[in-house]
Write a protein of this length. Structure first.
Length: 78
């Protein structure tokens, strides 16, 4: 099980990562990683970055009912 410091250190080394990547790398359940990332965000140590995946046909993923499929969420340190 990873600690908050390990999550922070891995983000520092990698620059930015998705929660799923962090979970796999640290062998920690994703709900735990999600909670740690939200805690780092609340502390002002991490920032959530959302970007559209290339290949979105309509260009309006955020208003699309399936928008979450087109939207990638990255995490990085501030």
């Amino acid at each position: 099980m990873a600690s908050l410091i390990q999550v922070r250190d891995l983000l520092a080394l990698q620059g930015r990562m998705e929660a799923r990547q962090l979970s796999l790398t640290l062998h920690t359940p994703q709900p735990m990683i999600d909670a740690m990332l939200e805690r780092l965000e609340a502390m002002g140590k991490a920032v959530r970055i959302q970007e559209d995946v290339e290949g979105c046909l309509s260009g309006s993923c955020k208003s699309c009912p399936e928008g979450k499929a087109c939207l990638r969420e990255w995490w990085a340190l501030r």
